[in-house]
Design a protein around this ligand. Structure first.
Ligand SMILES: [Zn+2]
Length: 357
């Protein structure tokens, strides 16, 4: 089969690979129908993270058709259309009993597809524990909406959940890429009153407004100006919550600066490359006693999570396929989608690639 593999650092190529074989009674072999390239795929190929094994098949965002299931799989059969969560927790690990879903057993254990196990940028891929980790796509749900639910929606929504958004909250979302836009949507659904989005991507601004942002501020004004504006417009108190979905290392310090003492929540969803520490300003952190809370999150995964998000699509609460600005056809074009994600032109939010031409 054809697959898009990481041959060596900085080099991903289409290669002929063996079709995976079912090796678990609970597992499934899947045929991707549509996939999406993620910034984290760009990090896997070009980033400075842990060394990956040779010929690792990339990709973790997909909608797929079930090709084969193990003997003990109850809820899925050949031909079913499923959304495959980017995060696939190991539901047999003892840490699940402590509700440690994403890091059960070891850090990032759920973040396996395209990272520690072969991913979805291929004609076939294998997944353990089909009943726990595949999400059923009900009739009428658009493939592209489902494709966005497996990572962008769940990650952005995890940001709003960890921020514990309450009715009437003021919220700043830093970064209006796909995850930031979903964080805006989630904050609005959870009852935030004032949602301030910070970003400058032209393609995203209209969507940010559509999803619930009341104000769009531009990074280019500089953090000092933005900070002054946000603090003065909240009576000097700062906002109830900040969700970081983009920006630079300094955005973290900025978030701590603009969130309320006592009850403010800062949730980080952004990836920080490099080795330098993530900055926390001593003054606005109250020299460690400010009562501000900081959370560092991955998107939630697993079947129930994604099926619940798909219900939001089904009942017209969200329409995440609006995030898709570029479409590709045929697995042979996956390198173009990856390159687009690396270069990030102004009109890009998210890609979808249909495996068949
Ligand atoms: Zn992703």
């Amino acid at each position: 089969m054809k697959a898009f593999v990481l041959e060596e650092r900085n080099k991903a190529v289409i290669k002929d690979m063996p079709i995976p074989e079912l090796d678990s009674d609970y597992g499934a072999i899947l045929k991707p129908v549509a996939v999406s390239v993620c910034s984290s795929d760009v990090n896997t190929v070009y980033g400075s993270g842990t060394k990956k094994r040779e010929d690792l098949i990339l990709g973790h965002e997909s909608v797929a058709e079930v090709f084969e299931v193990g003997k003990k799989v109850k809820d899925f059969k050949r031909g079913d259309l499923v959304a495959v969560p980017a995060m696939t927790p190991n539901w047999r690990d003892i840490a699940i009993q402590e509700k440690n879903f994403l890091h059960a057993g070891r850090p990032f254990s759920s973040n396996a597809l395209g990272r520690t196990i072969d991913g979805v940028f291929a004609e076939y891929f294998k997944l353990d524990d089909a009943d726990m980790n595949l999400a059923r796509i009900d009739e009428g749900i658009d493939v592209e909406d489902a494709l966005m639910c497996v990572d962008m929606v769940t990650t952005g929504f995890s940001g709003a959940e960890s921020a514990d958004i309450r009715f009437g909250d003021s919220v700043v979302v830093i970064g209006i890429g796909a995850v930031g836009l979903m964080a805006i949507q989630a904050a609005a659904l959870k009852g935030a009153a004032r949602i301030i989005a910070i970003g400058s991507r032209a393609a995203s601004i209209n969507l940010a407004k559509k999803y619930g942002a009341c104000e769009i501020l531009d990074y280019k004004q500089g953090e000092a100006v933005l900070k002054e504006y946000i603090l003065s417009s909240t009576g000097g108190l700062g906002v109830d919550a900040v969700i970081i979905c983009g920006g630079t290392d300094e955005s973290f310090a900025f978030a701590v600066d603009i969130v309320k003492y006592g009850i403010g929540r800062v949730v980080n969803l952004k990836h920080y490359p490099g080795e330098e520490p993530i900055p926390i300003p001593k003054f606005s952190a109250g020299r460690g006693m400010s009562g501000k809370s900081i959370y560092m999150e991955l998107g939630a995964g697993g079947r129930v999570r994604i099926e619940r998000l798909l219900n939001l699509v089904k009942y017209n609460r969200i329409s995440p396929k609006d995030l898709i600005t570029h479409r590709f056809y045929g697995l042979d074009n996956i390198d173009k989608a990856l390159e687009l994600m690396r270069v990030k032109p102004k009109d890009l939010i998210k890609t979808a690639l249909y495996i068949k031409v």
